[in-house]
Ligand binder design. Structure first.
Ligand SMILES: Cc1cc2nc3c(=O)[nH]c(=O)nc-3n(C[C@H](O)[C@H](O)[C@H](O)COP(=O)(O)OP(=O)(O)OC[C@H]3O[C@@H](n4cnc5c(N)ncnc54)[C@H](O)[C@@H]3O)c2cc1C
Length: 382
């Protein structure tokens, strides 16, 4: 039996939908979350768990400062440890342009309160990340308090706490229509019945464009499959090895269990909803891995999986209500950063929904930017 009305219906039970539901309920709203599959089973459950503040856009840096603060308090708030390991994030830089850009970012990061982010000379990069090799390294940036948290734990924290606040979380139920009249949301149609509501939150991840289409709204989010590979045990590599990103290629790796987790975006990637592992990616990465982290190249592969990035044209999320339809809110298009942004996004959108000014300005994330051209792209996309 599903609830037949709610103050807000959240479409999608990934980490973003669960965070929003929890924060809305914390401010007294009645909320239903509709998840077609299992909570956290899609991009959230397949992500690398990275949490960092080293973005090119200052709006993302300050949002991540808030997320990190919220993650620090998550266990006290919900009883679930997010397993945030502060192993640090290292960007390895190999071109003059990257050096110029990241040297410019550093004061911006410091001003936003990321006081421990620092510049590294090539020798320091190699000392800090012993797996990294290459004479082409010109330097790097490192923030020791960035790191890795558990997507499962964070989703469980928010969904469990939301349930305790009275949120209805439905799994195995799909949204198949948004009912609206005279420019206002009236109900959400699902495979288990209709829920009348004046507010719907589009938290459908890579499928957010489909939910937008149900409401007649163009939500420019495209799905891009990304593969993750995990090596056999590598006991010689410290579990404190930082999350390391070769910025030119987007090849990244970090300790995972007894081995290393790694992945990379492909230059010729195309939109698709296919989440089968593409083993040809491993071959395509071989040259980069052998050049940048040759010891990793010799390790066997223990497991692999694939998930979807949810890309917008400017690699920024779409947050807040849309102009064309009253009551239609977006929290989607995270372009590969939604796990780490979910705590802040839930908090800020719940403030906004409750009639308060969000604690941080969210203008550059507005859906209307695609019409007005008021765009500030995020460039530090991995
Ligand atoms: C390989 C990989 C590595 C990543 N690494 C990182 C990282 O290190 N750090 C980071 O911050 N982010 C990372 N990301 C990105 C991150 O996973 C996503 O940005 C984040 O999980 C988005 O959360 P979400 O809740 O919006 O989406 P999802 O977790 O995909 O949740 C959306 C949900 O909506 C549901 N849904 C869709 N359509 C419907 C419908 N019609 N009715 C009902 N439900 C529906 C889906 O079933 C899904 O569960 C990575 C992603 C991938 C694929």
């Amino acid at each position: 039996m599903i609830r037949d009305s709610a103050d807000a219906v959240v479409v999608g039970g990934g980490v973003v939908g669960c965070s929003i539901a929890y924060h809305l309920a914390g401010r007294g709203a009645t909320v239903v979350v509709i998840e077609r599959d299992k909570l956290g089973s899609q991009s959230t459950g397949r992500c690398a768990g990275g949490v960092r503040r080293q973005f090119s856009s200052s709006a993302n840096v300050v949002m991540q400062q808030l997320s990190v603060r919220l993650l620090a308090g998550l266990e006290a708030e919900t009883g679930v440890d997010p397993e945030f390991r502060h192993i640090g994030y290292l960007f390895v830089l190999t071109s003059d342009k990257q050096v110029e850009d990241f040297r410019r970012f550093l004061p911006m990061w410091h001003q936003a309160g990321v006081s421990d982010a620092r510049w590294l000379e090539p020798k320091e990069v190699r000392e800090l990340a012993p797996l990294v090799e290459g004479d082409d390294i010109l330097g790097g940036t490192f923030c020791p308090s960035d790191g890795i948290a558990s997507p499962h734990a964070v989703t469980l924290a928010y969904s469990g706490a939301a349930r305790r606040l009275g949120v209805t979380l439905l799994e195995g139920v799909a949204v198949d229509g948004i009912v609206h009249r005279a420019g206002r949301v009236e109900a959400v149609r699902t495979t288990a019945g209709e829920i009348s509501t004046s507010a719907v939150f589009n938290c459908a991840g890579a499928w957010a464009g489909q939910i937008g289409a149900m409401a007649g709204i163009d939500v420019p989010v495209s799905p891009y499959p990304r593969n993750i590979f995990v090596t056999d045990p590598m006991p010689e590599v410290t579990r404190r090895h930082p999350m390391t990103i070769d910025f030119a290629t987007s090849f990244y790796f970090h300790p995972e269990g007894d081995g290393l987790l790694f992945g990379m975006g492909m230059a010729d990637e195309r939109p698709s909803f296919d989440t089968g592992v593409d083993w040809t990616v491993l071959e395509a990465m071989a040259e980069v891995v052998e050049r940048r982290a040759p010891r990793l190249a010799t390790a066997g592969i223990q497991t692999a999986w694939a998930g979807l990035y949810e890309m917008t044209p400017d690699h920024q999320p779409i947050l807040g209500p849309v102009d064309q339809l009253e009551g239609f809110w977006c929290a989607c298009g995270f372009s590969g950063h939604g796990f780490q942004q979910a705590p802040a996004v839930g908090y800020l959108l719940a403030q906004w929904f409750s009639g308060e000014d969000p604690q941080l300005p969210l203008d550059i994330f507005a859906h209307r930017r695609f019409a007005t051209g008021n765009v500030e792209p995020e460039n530090n996309v991995v």
